[in-house]
Ligand binder design. Structure first.
Ligand code: CU
Length: 481
């Protein structure tokens, strides 16, 4: 297959270390979650060990039976993984959702890193049908670091249908009803959204007509590993305090700033793919993105790790604490409102395994557009499912320039491929290899990938309410369809 195995050959699984006699069982079901002392019925995805999601050993295949006990049809997407397209978990006509009570089997060679899984059926993702998908590499095992997974969610007691109806039926009146904080009135830099950083944001003047939209939904809670800061998860660190923090933004419509507080860390991978180490204390995490951060926790103390919602004081978090260290209560709100999540980190990232040097065979341009009133979002002026597929040919190097004409940031995700970020606002860079990239308002990002996984692939904004109102298209390889 032309162009195959260009990405990360060192971490691509090649052989199972031990033959497994039975497939791993993953069950889509329901559970009752306690939020602010009130019960909430949500979905879950429980793996063979009774815990959320699946963790694979180095070289192990993703050999899974997905059992649907959710009481409704569902289909689960293995976000960022590169399976054959019919195993990707998107509801194409050829791969319809799994009826309630049925089982579907999957078997492919996964790529190592921090991934996640979520329903791609309707708006089940908002009701927490999400879970981590962690694939260990041999290097992970040698490093022998304590693994901590931190998965973020936004939560509402209202149903996703009610939340969507609130957006689509009242959006014409929204300008007369400003929300709190910076939600509806964030000033933007005039020249380079991609170059914004937190200090610059605070110093910006409000320019008329450049108000940026954040946080379409007013959520009831933000969760870190299913818990609010009223009762956060406390993870006891092992002696030596060497931690690999695997952050997953599993929220449907919320972007976060991760704040390591008194700790500092080193980003070593984004969306599962290694990058040259970058030292950080506060870092942006767009919807659906992941970050791997190495942290050496000093002494015998306890250290909160916060995830603060952009444009708000609200936050979620966990606590890393040495054995026996006292843990103090944490406020559910930060002192200051967080600025919009931006590309300040993206511009500093460089993949350790770059795309092979090669000029694009085809460059596609995609216009991201839409507004809060009326509430609808489009790609190249089209609304899913009435879209024209982006046709590519097997073996091509494909570049896609995504230009955002709207006042909202869009975390764009391409299924079935890892792409490299090769330009921000027209400025070339040898950026990260990843699967989800944020396109800030009035900004542009160019990605490049090799067409080495033929089939039908969804390409969409990962803000659930943007996607559900139209912001999704298809990348298709015509040769095999
Ligand atoms: Cu969007």
């Amino acid at each position: 297959m032309a162009g195959a195995v260009l990405f990360l050959p060192t971490t691509r699984a090649t052989a199972a270390p031990e033959p497994r006699t039975s497939k791993l069982r993953l069950t889509a079901g329901t559970r009752t979650l306690d939020v602010h002392g009130k019960p909430a019925r949500v979905f879950d995805l429980v793996g063979p060990n009774g815990k959320p999601g699946i963790t694979l050993s180095p070289g192990e295949r993703f050999d899974v039976d997905l059992v649907n006990q959710a009481g409704t049809s569902t289909i689960v997407h293995w976000h960022g993984q590169l399976p054959p397209w019919k195993q990707d978990g998107f509801p194409w006509p050829q791969t319809p959702p799994i009826p309630a009570g049925d089982t579907r089997s999957y078997d492919y060679a996964p790529i190592a890193g921090t991934y996640w899984m979520h329903s791609h059926q309707g708006m089940q993702e908002q009701s927490l049908m999400t879970a981590p998908l962690i694939v260990h590499s041999a290097e992970d095992m040698r490093a022998d670091r304590q693994e901590v997974v931190l998965m973020l969610h936004d939560f509402s007691f209202r149903s996703p249908d009610e939340l969507l109806a609130g957006l689509t039926t009242s959006s014409r009146n929204r300008s007369a009803m400003p929300k709190s904080g910076m939600d509806k009135a964030v000033s933007m830099g005039s020249g380079s959204p991609g170059g914004m950083n937190m200090r610059a944001m605070g110093a910006m003047d409000m320019a008329p007509g450049t108000a940026m939209d954040l946080n379409d939904i007013d959520y009831d809670a933000f969760l870190a590993n299913d818990r609010t800061l009223a009762d956060p998860e406390v993870i006891r660190t092992e002696p030596g305090g060497r931690v690999r923090l695997r952050l997953v933004n599993g929220a449907a419509s919320t972007q976060f700033w991760v704040d390591l507080g008194a700790l500092s860390g080193t980003v070593v991978a984004v969306d599962g793919h290694p990058v040259r180490p970058v030292r950080v204390t506060r870092l942006p995490l767009a919807i659906a993105q992941r970050l791997d951060v190495l942290i050496d926790v000093p002494g015998n103390g306890s250290y909160p790790i916060f995830a603060q919602v952009e444009g708000k004081q609200a936050r979620a978090g966990i606590i890393l604490a040495a054995s026996g260290a006292p843990v103090s209560r944490l406020g559910a709100e930060a002192v200051e409102i967080a600025p919009p999540v931006d590309l300040s980190l993206e511009g500093r990232l460089e993949a350790t395994t770059l795309l092979a040097p090669r000029a694009p065979d085809v460059t596609l341009r995609m216009i991201l557009a839409g507004a809060m009133a009326p509430y609808a979002w489009s790609l190249n002026g089209e609304y899913w499912p009435n879209v024209t597929p982006l046709m590519v040919a097997p073996g091509q190097r494909v570049a896609i320039e995504m230009v955002n004409h709207s006042m909202m940031a869009h975390p764009m995700h391409l299924h079935g491929h890892a792409f490299q970020v090769v330009a921000i606002n027209g400025a070339p860079l040898a950026g990260a290899v990843r699967d989800t990239v944020l396109i800030p308002p009035i900004g542009s990002v160019t990605i490049a990938f090799d067409a080495d996984n033929p089939g039908r692939w969804a390409f969409h904004c990962h803000n659930l309410y943007h996607m559900i109102t139209g912001m999704i298209t298809e990348v298709r390889y015509p040769a095999i369809i």
